[in-house]
Design a protein around this ligand. Structure first.
Ligand SMILES: Nc1ncnc2c1ncn2[C@@H]1O[C@H](COP(=O)(O)OP(=O)(O)O)[C@@H](O)[C@H]1O
Ligand SMILES: Cc1ncc(COP(=O)(O)O)c(N)n1
Length: 268
């Protein structure tokens, strides 16, 4: 069985963060492990509290994982603090972690800051260079490049700018566009579009977390970058299309939509 580690924050309401990642990795038939950077008190209406772990405890979690069940791929999500970012970067180098997908989480869909102001530099200088793929959404790509993105051409310019700075591949997600949901991959000087049908569903809590952990799962299973993204986008689109409607705000995806006909283990 392939193994995937997610290093991210916990979302007690189950739609984003560690919980979305574990559901996604499990639905991909891989073994999910987690190193938790922070507990968040949040639900579909907003983020109400963040309780970070200490750098020492994060390192302890990473040591336990890497010295026992080595992950075939690693996904990194919310890491709000510079010291925690540093701890992760050092551990990934120490254990020579492979296939690192980094979702540079900055602000939640509900509008809360998930990255401290003084941590953005550490993310850029310490963690992004270790990633094989980074997956910024449009507002995150704007912060990372200083380019205002209003069109598909702007997405290409931003991806080129990011690729000049970092060695890895860049996927700019287009979910924040109005009528489209097209994502752009820029890898070794070449750009490829992943066209997605825009689904009329306001319940998009955790889309970014889900996409990046699906990509990490596919990479762990041995697919190349392009196929890993194509398959991940297919999974995400179906999970959104399934039309789950939970909570009073921006609800979660149906990660287990493939079980549509048999919804409980007891039915097998
Ligand atoms: N309404 C939608 N219909 C179809 N795909 C969507 C929709 N909203 C987001 N996506 C897709 O979800 C993924 C995450 O994108 P995005 O929402 O931009 O990231 P984030 O969750 O990090 O803000 C991308 O593949 C994007 O194209
Ligand atoms: C712990 C955690 N990690 C990431 C997100 C971002 O997800 P989204 O952009 O869909 O709100 C979140 N809300 N919570």
């Amino acid at each position: 069985m392939k193994t995937v580690l997610t290093i991210a924050g916990s979302d007690c309401s189950g739609g984003a963060g560690i919980q979305a990642d574990i559901k996604t990795i499990t639905m991909h038939g891989a073994y999910a492990m987690s190193a938790i950077t922070a507990l968040t008190a949040q639900n579909t209406t907003g983020v109400y509290g963040i309780f970070e772990v200490t750098p020492e405890f994060l390192k302890q979690q990473l040591d336990c994982i890497f010295t026992d069940i080595f992950p075939d791929a690693v996904k990194i999500g919310m890491v709000s603090d510079a010291k925690l970012i540093h701890t992760i970067a050092e551990a990934l180098k120490q254990y020579q972690a492979k296939k690192i997908v980094l979702d540079p989480v900055m602000v939640s869909t509900s509008g809360s800051k998930l990255l401290k102001d003084d941590a953005a530099d550490a993310l850029v200088t310490e963690l992004i260079p270790l990633a094989g793929l980074i997956t910024p959404n449009i507002p995150e790509a704007e912060v990372l490049t200083g380019i205002q993105i209003h069109s598909a051409e702007d997405m290409v310019s931003a991806a080129e700018r990011l690729a000049e700075k970092y060695l890895g591949a860049v996927l700019i997600k287009g979910g924040h566009g109005k009528n489209t949901a097209n994502d752009l991959l820029y890898e070794t000087g070449k750009s490829s579009w992943f066209y997605g049908e825009r689904i009329d569903n306001p319940n998009t809590h955790g889309t970014g977390c889900t996409l990046s952990s699906a990509i990490a799962s596919n990479l762990a299973k041995g697919y190349d970058m392009e196929n890993s993204i194509r398959k991940a986008k297919g999974y995400l689109t179906e999970a959104l299309k399934a039309g789950l409607d939970l909570g009073r705000g921006d609800g979660p995806l149906m990660h287990n939509y493939v079980l549509n006909t048999k919804t409980e283990v007891s039915e097998y």
